[in-house]
Design a protein around this ligand. Structure first.
Ligand code: RB5
Length: 150
């Protein structure tokens, strides 16, 4: 069970601004503590500017888990996955949100703001937060992710 005293950083570009506003409202109402790094309007912005702060903080161990979003979820997850200690999962179903915790020990979830139902996104995030890594055979697999082949 996710410890609700822990702060969850959340960031998005304009493509997921509306979803972020919905999630901040609902998750806060459920007792989760969020650090909203923006964006704070629908004005066009560059998604890395709002994804790097979340990814860096998770990478550095300041927060255990983060939420990032852009319109497709692609640019957000690509940006976050540049950090060696980040495993960001692009998720658009409840099963994916659960599996990326169980099998990949994902520490960031990246729902696509323009391609997911808002209630489903909320359900996915709650499942993501409350699902444990299964360990076992998956440990050696995630340990191989950062090893670039020459
Ligand atoms: C913004 O229009 C869009 O390109 C962005 O939200 C995202 O989908 C990029 O990957």
């Amino acid at each position: 069970m996710f410890d609700k005293s822990q702060v969850i950083p959340i960031g998005s570009d304009h493509g997921a601004y509306e979803l972020k506003a919905f999630l901040v409202d609902r998750l806060t109402g459920m007792g989760y503590r969020l650090k909203d790094v923006g964006t704070h309007s629908e004005a066009s912005v560059d998604y890395p500017d709002f994804i790097h702060p979340v990814a860096k903080a998770v990478n550095d161990g300041i927060f255990p888990i983060g939420i990032i979003m852009c319109g497709s979820g692609q640019g957000a997850s690509m940006t976050a996955n540049k950090y060696p200690n980040v495993r960001a999962g692009l998720c658009w179903s409840l099963e994916q949100a659960t599996l990326t915790r169980q099998h990949n020990n994902a520490n960031i979830i990246s729902p696509p703001g323009r391609f997911v139902d808002f209630d489903l996104a909320l359900e996915m995030i709650v499942a993501f937060l409350n699902t444990e890594f299964e360990g076992d055979r998956h440990i050696q697999r995630i340990n191989k992710i950062p090893i670039i082949h020459e």
